[in-house]
Write a protein that binds this ligand. Structure first.
Ligand code: SF4
Ligand code: SF4
Length: 105
């Protein structure tokens, strides 16, 4: 898939492509980059702040064990949403993007 096609691909197509092409080290680096970026969004989100949660990147890792109240979700502003074609939100409560994708089937 060319770079242009990647940009317009769905989340599911992007996941397939990334996981078939990336080495474990690249996947680990990718996860670290997502966490780094997420700090600026989940880390500052009203649903997150004050809960004592320290994990990040819920779109990848899934539900938080402590976040229960949907006060707002900043995922729509996060570059990962655009880059990965994410189309959901409140991953900390609803589960990770793969689970949400599979739930649609
Ligand atoms: S997933 Fe959305 S609602 Fe949950 S902490 Fe992150 S930005 Fe906030
Ligand atoms: S899309 Fe949401 S959960 Fe995923 S990295 Fe961005 S802010 Fe965090």
């Amino acid at each position: 898939m060319s770079e242009k096609n990647f940009k317009t691909a769905t989340f599911e197509e992007k996941m397939k492509m990334l996981y078939s092409k990336m080495s474990e080290k690249q996947q680990k680096n990718g996860r670290e980059q997502i966490i780094y970026m997420c700090r600026e969004y989940c880390g500052k989100c009203p649903s997150y702040e004050g809960t004592g949660e320290e994990s990040l990147a819920f779109c990848m890792v899934g539900k938080s064990s402590v976040i229960t109240e949907k006060k707002a979700c900043l995922c729509g502003q996060c570059p990962i949403t655009r880059t990965m074609g994410l189309r959901w939100g409140y991953y900390c409560i609803n589960g990770n993007a793969l689970e949400l994708s599979q739930a649609e089937k």
